[in-house]
Design a protein. Structure first.
Length: 389
């Protein structure tokens, strides 16, 4: 049995509860949770599973060592004592990432350089050779979290962020990150059993993530390069087996209709091409039209709109008519559906003029946002009201 290490699985701010939910569904006990991650115990084989299966995570980081250091020289000296020759392939490629809050550090890249020097010097002393190094995270990645005089060193088992699925070859304006889209769909309790309509689809992230979720397709299968395959002693056969097991999770039945529309032909084309890359284009109906003209299936389901935010001064005022139209669209076209709007800003929310039944906070591109749920009853239960902001 492979040894288990304390492992931190990181995520974007506001996504930790969804990440915890995913980890527990995979059978892991969550030891702790904070704003940007969850700690568990995991083996290298577990890390492979997590890289393939998690939808809301950024990185899987296995703890390698905790060291005391007040400055960069002490970091170098303490890090050089660690058994890097047991884990780092001298024939590989190494990069360092870090999050540092130490008063002695004025150049954020300097700790990375000193840690890299410590690792490479240790390997030269031990085996007479050192790996190439640079900023690319496609090889071995060592991640460091250094606060005051405590530095925690991790073996990054992911490499590039898990949100970089590999399918979004054509991003449109201000695309939603894949991990946030997955969390939004989890908050909606989306399963693929009922239709999903995504007006204002942009580059298609919500529609594509929904198709992947509905088919139970492991998102990590869309790319092959992961840090967990680069460390010394990793059994590549176990990695191949992990990928084979992940492929078996996909279900044969197709989901209920997924409809993606946008008034911009360029956006719909981006959505279509991204969906082709993800292998789910046959599960999505694409339409170039104003959002109010988006065709609705006869069976009720979920409709979700991700509109512009207006982050610059004065832009919110320009968007108020659009958000009033969103409210009109939900009220007149979506009776009987669950309506969702992902946006930011009280004036925009108020312009929708419908009663919010649930609001869930998210952070998207460092902007405080809300996923607003509207229960759109048929007939007289549709209530036009100002939101309780």
């Amino acid at each position: 049995m492979q040894p288990k290490r304390k492992t931190r699985v990181t995520c974007a701010p506001s996504l930790a509860p969804y990440l915890k939910q995913e980890l527990e569904s995979l059978g892991f006990d969550c030891l702790s949770m904070d704003k940007t991650g969850v700690e568990i115990e995991a083996s290298t084989e577990d890390a492979m599973l997590l890289n393939l299966r998690l939808r809301t995570a950024f990185h899987v980081l296995q703890r390698f060592a905790d060291i005391n250091c007040h400055n960069a020289d002490e970091l170098y000296n303490e890090a050089k004592r660690l058994p890097w020759d047991r884990v780092v392939d001298p024939n590989g490629f190494l990069s360092i990432t870090s999050n540092v809050r130490n008063e002695s550090i004025t150049n954020s890249m300097f700790p990375n350089l000193r840690l890299k020097d410590a690792i490479c010097d240790k390997l030269i002393d031990a085996v007479g050779k050192r790996p190439d190094s640079g900023s690319s995270t496609d090889g071995m990645v060592v991640s460091m979290h250094w606060v005051d005089n405590k530095a925690r060193i991790y073996l990054n088992m992911t490499g590039r962020k898990l949100s970089d699925r590999g399918y979004r070859k054509m991003p449109f304006l201000a695309p939603m990150r894949e991990t946030i889209a997955a969390a939004v769909l989890m908050e909606m309790n989306y399963s693929g059993d009922k239709p999903l309509v995504v007006p204002m689809c942009g580059s298609g992230t919500l529609a594509i993530e929904a198709a992947l979720m509905a088919k139970h397709r492991a998102p990590g299968l869309l790319r092959s390069n992961y840090g967990c395959t680069k460390w010394l002693g990793v059994d590549k056969n176990v990695w191949s087996q992990s990928r084979a097991e992940a492929k078996k999770l996909q279900v044969k039945n197709d989901p209920a209709p997924i409809i993606a529309s946008d008034i911009e032909e360029e956006a719909v084309e981006a959505t279509r091409k991204n969906a082709v890359t993800a292998g789910v284009d046959h599960l999505i109906d694409f339409h170039v039209c104003d959002f109010m003209e988006t065709p609705m299936p006869q069976e009720c389901g979920d409709v979700v709109l991700h509109g512009e935010y207006g982050v610059r001064l004065g832009e919110e005022d320009d968007l108020l008519p659009t958000y009033k139209r969103i409210g009109d669209y939900l009220k007149t076209n979506c009776a009987g559906w669950n309506g969702y709007v992902f946006t930011s800003g009280k004036p925009l929310i108020g312009a929708i003029r419908l009663k919010v039944s649930r609001r869930t906070p998210f952070v998207n591109a460092e902007i405080d946002c809300r996923l607003l749920k509207y229960e759109l009853y048929k007939g007289s239960k549709i209530t036009e009201a100002s939101s309780n902001l």
